[in-house]
Design a protein around this ligand. Structure first.
Ligand SMILES: Nc1ncnc2c1ncn2[C@@H]1O[C@H](COP(=O)(O)OP(=O)(O)OP(=O)(O)O)[C@@H](O)[C@H]1O
Ligand code: SF4
Ligand SMILES: [Mg+2]
Length: 365
């Protein structure tokens, strides 16, 4: 198998909130890995840190007075790179009682360092597609020209005519209707679904080792959504490109993912093979994953439980993070035996079956 293509260990990305004079712990100790050819689904409700995990891997966290720590190893065609290495040279942390109280940062040096490390990785190594493709495409450049330039920049095809032919080919592969016509369109001339196809074509045309797709179907209407999911499924079986697929739609994840990471409150609470993590009755299971699965309005669920909505209770505060298990306030499976431990001590992500890990005291030693 070899080492994973992307390996994130104990990633912490904190933003500073000047209003509250405190850190927003957006990502707070995320560990996950993606093997070559694997699709890792990342699920979790809004604010759980999915996008910030992705943006941290792309070096797209701005150099504001925040903190980013941990390691991100990326092993693309150019060899192994450590994407966060050296960042600590630009930051001084002032801690009290083990908590970060203040950060001094050389923001210009930090940003220049990130660009040096990430310039060779973005596009060719890791490409990203976003929820809102219109904002990711340049509005002043035709779709065809943007894809052609990506091909010339990131692949061995440098001749403009060859690159144009390949760009057209990609527009056909993502099933853009009338690709020759669309080639000369500006992004505003395309519908949301067409823009998403153009974005996918542009990302794949760089022939990246890893694709990060952050909510690629949210915001599109239901029919277009299912067409884009169908397209991603076809591209997956055809190109076997490693993908981090972020979505809060479990149906999208279950169709495409090999492994799944369930995020809650900036951490991964369950991680393992998709069929196990997504099987409602599979045991052991994290209580949050169980609640998330129960909230899917499937015909079966609606029959069993009536009308269903999102997981009950408030999303955890990313500033005043509770000391114990982050899900404690919403958990309906705490037993008397573990109640005190749940309230006081955060559980580790523990292996409960080969390749399947759960962060919950129900599955302690
Ligand atoms: N630039 C920023 N400055 C301050 N806080 C931020 C910033 N970006 C994200 N956050 C906060 O970090 C937390 C995690 O945000 P993130 O965007 O990763 O969530 P998400 O899981 O992608 O949610 P969604 O499903 O809504 O996209 C949230 O509390 C969010 O408000
Ligand atoms: S550790 Fe305790 S509170 Fe947290 S999910 Fe498990 S049972 Fe619930
Ligand atoms: Mg997001």
């Amino acid at each position: 198998m070899g080492a994973p293509l992307l390996e994130i260990e104990n990633l912490r990305t904190y933003f500073y909130s000047p209003g509250k004079q405190a850190f927003v712990r957006a990502v707070d100790g995320v560990t996950l890995a993606i093997a070559r050819g694997e699709t890792l689904g990342v699920v979790g409700e809004s604010g759980s840190g999915k996008s910030v995990t992705a943006l941290s891997s792309m070096g797209l966290i701005s150099a504001g007075p925040g903190v980013i720590s941990g390691t991100i190893a990326f092993r693309g065609d150019e060899g192994e790179r450590h994407l966060l290495q050296g960042l600590e040279d630009y930051v001084t942390l002032h801690e009290r009682d083990g908590r970060i109280m203040e950060v001094s940062k050389d923001e210009t040096g930090w940003q220049a360092h990130v660009e040096r490390v990430m310039a060779p990785v973005r596009g060719k190594g890791i490409a990203m597609i976003f929820q809102n493709p219109r904002s990711a495409l340049n509005p002043f450049v035709t779709v065809g020209h943007q894809i052609t330039e990506a091909i010339r920049l990131h692949t061995p095809t440098k001749d403009p005519r060859d690159a144009k032919a390949r760009a057209l080919d990609w527009l056909e592969r993502v099933k853009m209707d009338s690709p020759r016509l669309r080639f000369d369109n500006y992004p505003y001339g395309l519908s949301g679904g067409m823009c998403q196809r153009a974005m996918i074509a542009m990302a794949l045309s760089s022939e990246p080792s890893l694709l990060i797709a952050d909510e690629p179907t949210t915001g599109l209407d239901a029919t277009i959504q299912s067409k884009i999911v169908g397209l991603l499924a076809e591209l997956k079986s055809e190109y076997k490109i490693a993908t981090m697929l972020i979505s809060h739609d479990i149906r999208v994840i279950s169709r495409l993912a090999d492994n799944v990471a369930v995020m809650y409150g900036g951490t991964v609470v369950e991680y393992g093979p998709a069929p196990d993590v997504l099987a409602a009755r599979f045991n052991p299971k994290h209580p949050y994953t169980a609640a998330l699965l129960a909230s899917i309005p499937s015909a079966q669920n609606v029959r069993d439980h009536g009308d269903l909505s999102a997981v009950e209770g408030e999303v955890p505060d990313a500033i005043d993070v509770p000391r114990g298990c982050r899900f404690y306030a919403r958990c309906n499976r705490v037993t008397d035996d573990i109640r005190n431990t749940c309230a006081r001590q955060e559980p580790e992500l523990r292996e409960v079956a080969p390749g399947h890990r759960v962060r919950c005291w129900l599955y302690g030693e």
